[in-house]
Design a protein around this ligand. Sequence first.
Ligand SMILES: Nc1ncnc2c1ncn2[C@@H]1O[C@H](COP(=O)(O)OP(=O)(O)OP(=O)(O)O)[C@@H](O)[C@H]1O
Length: 494
Amino acid sequence: MDTSENVNVHTRKWVLQAESEYRFELDPSATLAIKLVSGHAEIFGAELAEGKVYLFGQECKAAVFTWLGCAIEMSHPSVEYVSDETPMAVYANVHLALEQMRVRALAAVHGLPIPEDEGDDTAGADPPRVLVLGPENSGKTSVCKTLANYAVRAGQDWVPTYVNVDPSEGAWSVPGAISAAPITAPIQTSSPASALGTTATSAPNHVSSNALLPLSYWYGHAEMRRNPLLMDRLIRNLGENIRDRYEGDTAGRCSGLIVDTPASFAASSGTGGDHRLTMIKACVDTFQINVILVVGHEKLNVEMQRTYGNRMAVLKIAKSGGVVELDAAYRERIHKYQLHTYFYGHVIEPPVGITSRGYVQAGEQTPDQTMHLSPLSASVNFGDIVIYRIGEETMAPSSALPIGAARVVSEMQPLVVDPTLGGSGLYNAVLAILAPPNPDESERYDEEILDLPVVGYIAITALDVPNRRMTVLSPSPGSLTGKTAIVGSFEWQE
Ligand SMILES: Nc1ncnc2c1ncn2[C@@H]1O[C@H](COP(=O)(O)OP(=O)(O)OP(=O)(O)O)[C@@H](O)[C@H]1O
């Protein structure tokens, strides 16, 4: 194979030994190109194709791992090193155990003899429904991605459901949402702005061939403690919806699901009002969890063993030494990238000095498809959209209220926001547009909007109070008249 094409002062080659990984981190303006020259390699479980150039940007941090050894060629990242100490063998063993569960579940569905589980003849025929818990920067998302990718790669046509209940993650759309999506192709890593792959919600149809169709509910905030009751309800809505979808989808159900959680489920916030156990319980109940993986946290592992160990497998798995500590400023920048990517898409330019010939961006299937989106800026009447905020405007956590004080407005109450009032908080706000309510009026109920999934997002970029009009940025054409929207605490910044 001719590898000389990109070998110049701007690139060099690394030879990786078996079971080692090349880790890199990018500065805000840096981009990176990596090409697999020979051997086999993967990024969080997604295989690299030989000879294809993968681009990374927007402060991406990741690792190219190889089971048997490989040679890669790349430009210069901001930070790089190779490590042969990885927990990948453990993750692969977990995958094998989950795979056996899938095979047994499918055999049971087809009335075939159920293969025995090595060493465990009491094993049932339930597909794996895995909850991944761990503190901040333990690598939960990376573990979930790896396990989902290994399932997809197993060649059994599994379609695992990836559930993200971390509202700060952004997942397939914008931060503030919790979502689930069936994974049909390995999740590529190229930018933290689309950490779990490309979504179909903002991309026009012609570029959504590799996109996912997630089911999302809008929580509206990055932190669970902001409104735990709402979070609990949305998690349960997500679970119920997935169960409904599974009814006619045997392959999906047998493939199981993997639930990625926020760090706040693992560590108490410190200032009272510790809702994390309630959240874990909501996940266990609604997703019918039968395996809990605790990433690198002894105390949480013991706690989970005590609470759930008699009903399901609770496993502690090691944290990878490669996981990068992400600080608050970084997370804020990522939220900005995610919002921007939702509306405008993103194109990662090849690094300086590297030919763009034949380059494709990770996650895309054909080289001529870029993710450059053109959102629309439209002027709408105040009366066209009904905007709600859930709960009190300045919501202090219940634990912060004086003893004996009751909330005047319930945390779950949808309140109509009047754009004409000063301090409406709508200028530069990100809004979730909800699916229509039940067409049958008799089936409607007060808090129905809490249970409606999201169909898309808009941002309010200007408010003209005297003329009762506002300018909104929307990813696609289509009338907003008569739509219901919810505002959260995310701000749009151009
Ligand atoms: N082996 C590795 N080598 C290099 N970077 C890695 C590795 N594993 C994870 N990372 C990076 O470290 C960062 C944190 O990892 P990840 O998002 O998986 O952790 P998390 O526990 O889900 O985070 P959070 O605190 O947001 O819940 C990410 O940017 C991820 O891509």
